[in-house]
Design a protein around this ligand. Structure first.
Ligand code: GDP
Length: 194
């Protein structure tokens, strides 16, 4: 998809601040430092609209981006950063619950994992949490450029096994470095926002 327009609508911490426009939403979740900002920037062909986080775990807001006046990307704060206090984790949890349990416009969640490693316990918790809300999930296995071609299918298989992906879920190998997977991702997103 050609992105002609992409802008940050609001960084929200609570429901009162969510944008009111009746546009479909696609949420993006992932462990801190997994490559979520790079993923968004690659998709929307902007160098740094979504901040590439120099301080993992610091962006504790839901960032709503309006794309082409047709849908919203909702960048969910990264999880799994060890140095976050219990209090902050609890706050994060409340924010997630408030968003995922109330947002009617939410059509699908993109969950980003690193193709080089087995999904972490936090990834498993996130996946189960999203499933609990019956949300369609697209798992992006990013940093594809960092492994050898011969390892791809084995790593994808591991991700399917560890997360226990279900037949209705989508798994897409991706690289923000080479752009591999970009078209598959757009095709999937389009199917959910129409
Ligand atoms: P975030 O914290 O999840 O938003 O992660 P970032 O997008 O800031 O990425 C974390 C680091 O991984 C940065 O140094 C990125 O340049 C790097 N990175 C992200 N995606 C890729 C990718 O597909 N390939 C490679 N080689 N590096 C990546």
């Amino acid at each position: 998809m050609k992105v002609n327009h992409a802008e940050l609508v609001i960084s929200a911490v609570s429901q009162q601040q969510y944008p009111e426009e009746p546009m479909p939403e696609i949420a993006l979740a992932g462990r801190s430092n997994v490559g979520k900002s790079s993923f968004i920037n690659k998709l929307i062909q902007r160098k740094a609209l979504a901040r590439t986080s120099s301080k993992p775990g610091k962006t504790a807001t839901l960032n709503f981006y309006r794309i082409n006046e047709s849908f919203l990307f909702v960048d969910v704060p990264g999880y799994g950063y060890a140095k976050v206090s219990k209090k902050e984790k609890a706050k994060w949890g409340r924010m997630m619950e408030e968003y995922f349990s109330t947002r009617d416009h939410l059509r699908m969640v993109v969950m980003i994992v690193d193709i080089r490693h087995d999904p972490s316990e936090d990834d498993e918790l996130m996946y189960d949490f999203l499933k609990h809300y019956n949300l369609p999930i697209t798992v992006i296995a990013t940093k594809l450029d960092k492994i050898k071609k011969g390892q791809r299918s084995k790593q994808l298989q591991r991700i399917m096994e560890v997360l226990e992906l279900e037949p209705e879920d989508t798994l897409i190998p991706f690289s923000a470095e080479t752009g591999e997977g970009v078209e598959d991702v757009w095709r999937t997103i389009k199917a959910y926002i129409q």
